[in-house]
Write a protein that binds this ligand. Sequence first.
Ligand SMILES: [Zn+2]
Length: 395
Amino acid sequence: MYRLNDNQRRQLRELLTTLVGIKSVVASREQANRDRAEEGMAAFLTDHLTKMGMTINRHEVHPGRCNLMACWPGQGTSGKSLMLEAHMDTVPVEGMTVDPFAAEIRDGRMYGRGTCDTKGSMAAFLTALAIAREEDALPADQIWFVSSIGEETCCEGAYALMTTPFRTDAAIVGEPTRCEVVTAHKGPLWVSVETHGRACHASMPDHGVNAIDLMARVIQFVHGPWREHISRGEHPLLGRSTTAVTTIEGGTKINILPAHCRVQVDNRLIPGEPMEKVFDNFRRMLAGHLGDERLFTVTGLTSSGQLDTPPDTPVVRRLLDVCRRAQGKAQPQGVNYFADTGPFSEAGIASVLFGPGDIAQAHTADEFIELEQLYLATEIMLTLLTENAGKSIVD
Ligand SMILES: [Zn+2]
């Protein structure tokens, strides 16, 4: 195992402190476009990667919001490629009980927005790459460092990148996995359902059609037959698909029979059926349940691909092997959240999630990362890179 010395650990902490100090909050697509949310991060990374000797390609997704793809030109002789990826954006900072940008270190932890999700991973990857390059111990694969925008709004940057010709053979995507290798996650399918009633005075309810009454039957469908339908399959690492009605609004006034009611439904699907097919099934089965498809409209809000990378994929096998030596044990893991691995995997890139910190601390009011996790992730990445110097990791 590669071990970081005190000086390297200090530089790693300083790098993460700098990254956390750069605000890159994404609350919504509109806000992020207006604020050019990742511009500061992209500027810092451009400078930092240039100092590492890398050449940077910018992929503009929205004005002032660019994915960055960096490599050392001419490096890599295997004809294969590996990307280390970490998103630039963070969730908002409202309600935080620690200074979001101060990166205060206390009791072996660094506190701040993004320490855990996912600037910790970014600092670990950048540090590992820089040291491996300094020691002239890079693998024979072309190595890319990629940083995306808008991950927190459903992997927007990664999806946009996959509409370009940019591809690698494999990807290690930085997310707080406690330095475990995550090979599977579910994909979200978010839909909204609106019921169409007919308003009338509430004193004569028989003269109208009550949209809330209709919605009660929709909810009964989602939590009944629909739940039963989508939970029939089981994945060894992920269990079953789930569904839940999560928002509701309807009605205008206490004495008016409501003409409209709307709910949002969060489906989390295990790998298997294509999203479009699941969506069609939802609409078809709901029409059957209500007996009339004119009573409602279903709208797809967003969806993101699942991850299900075979554990015997070379990059997975090698990463698991290093993790096993570092931590005594390592098994492929499944998680319930989704990440840039969704779009990458859909585009045919063999992808895994790996990074320091615990997802339980992501998005929280006192987000932090344990420094030991940060060091460990960096040492694991360094070991993976340097012990495969001159060889392929992905083949
Ligand atoms: Zn993340």
